[in-house]
Design a protein around this ligand. Structure first.
Ligand code: C2E
Ligand code: CA
Ligand code: CA
Ligand code: CA
Length: 276
């Protein structure tokens, strides 16, 4: 039994080493990932609840690491936040999204708004708005084709500063979406303090939608949004049942595997042009 125990220990030890190695490798090579052009964006369509037409797409980053393979943002965004690398990575996302939109305008692809995820650290960076302004003017893309998804904790630090930033982004036509709505502790005060365009109901609520409690919460959030003249979108919609419930609650938009997973640029263009 002892020997078995030892083997088990070694097994876990091996797994642990692997995880530590992976983390080490991620930290070490993240710095060069931008330079080596190892990032790419996928796009997940967002659909109108009533017409099922695509109304927007969320840009989701992927890292194609030369030896580790595809690394998901769940594994490296935290590392990037801690090291401050999230700021240059975030700038790359802004440039990349605007460059894609510019290409789509030239190719006469019917456009939808592309929303990008903004980390707290990036949002608080003093050059954030200026950088956005610069890239929009360089690419000739209007802010009306851009949305930013900010989590509640992303704006917690300095309310006045966040208000100023949000107001400036909205002046450019950029939409402000509150990501992971309801998972923080002060969701309502955000709605008081910040002019937002859309709230994104977190997928943890959508996953539990078959439960009475979760359904009641989601229903209330949707009518709250409606009363405040804010759009609502649900993320992580995986089943027809979830989608139907959200539709019956009056949720404006939906996003999830039930409709489309995140797809590459070419597949998004196909989806957008197929609709015609
Ligand atoms: P998020 O913003 O909450 O994005 C939703 C996550 O759910 C995405 O994972 C998406 O691929 C996944 N998802 C989409 N549909 C479904 C579904 O039907 N069911 C389930 N279970 N999951 C679904 P992903 O792409 O791995 O991204 C994870 C997180 O990483 C994102 O969470 C976001 O916080 C962050 N992230 C992604 N791209 C960026 C980026 O460019 N910049 C920053 N700062 N963060 C990013
Ligand atoms: Ca998001
Ligand atoms: Ca989420
Ligand atoms: Ca999130």
């Amino acid at each position: 039994a002892k020997r078995k125990g030892k083997n088990t220990y070694q097994f876990f030890g091996h797994k642990l080493n692997e995880r530590i190695y992976r983390r080490f490798e991620i930290e070490k090579s993240l710095r060069r990932a931008l330079e080596y052009e190892e990032f790419k964006l996928l796009f997940q369509p967002q659909i109108d609840t009533i017409t099922h037409a695509i109304t927007g797409a969320e840009a989701l980053i992927r890292w194609e690491h030369p030896t580790l393979g595809l690394v998901s943002p769940g594994e490296f965004i935290n590392v990037a936040e801690d090291s401050g690398l999230i700021v240059p990575i975030g700038k790359w996302v802004i440039r990349e999204v605007c460059a894609h939109i510019k290409d789509w305008i030239v190719a006469r692809i019917p456009l939808v708004r592309v929303s990008l995820n903004v980390s707290p650290r990036q949002f608080q960076d003093e050059n954030f708005v200026d950088y956005f302004t610069q890239v929009l003017s360089e690419t000739g893309v209007s802010g009306k084709w851009i949305g930013v998804e900010i989590t509640e904790c992303g704006i917690i630090q300095d309310v006045q500063y966040a208000q100023k930033t949000i107001t400036e982004l909205r002046k450019m036509g950029i939409a402000i979406d509150i990501d992971d709505f309801g998972t923080g502790y002060s969701s309502f005060s955000y709605l008081m303090d910040f002019p937002v365009d859309k709230i994104k109901i977190d997928q943890t609520f959508v996953k539990d939608l078959h439960l009475e409690k979760a359904a009641a919460i989601v229903k209330s959030v949707i009518s709250l949004a409606r009363n405040l003249n804010i759009l609502s979108i649900a993320e992580g919609v995986e089943t027809e049942e979830q989608s139907k419930l959200l539709t019956s609650f009056g949720c404006d938009e939906q996003q999830g595997y039930f409709f489309h997973g995140p797809v590459d640029k070419g597949a998004l263009i196909d989806l957008l042009t197929d609709e015609l």
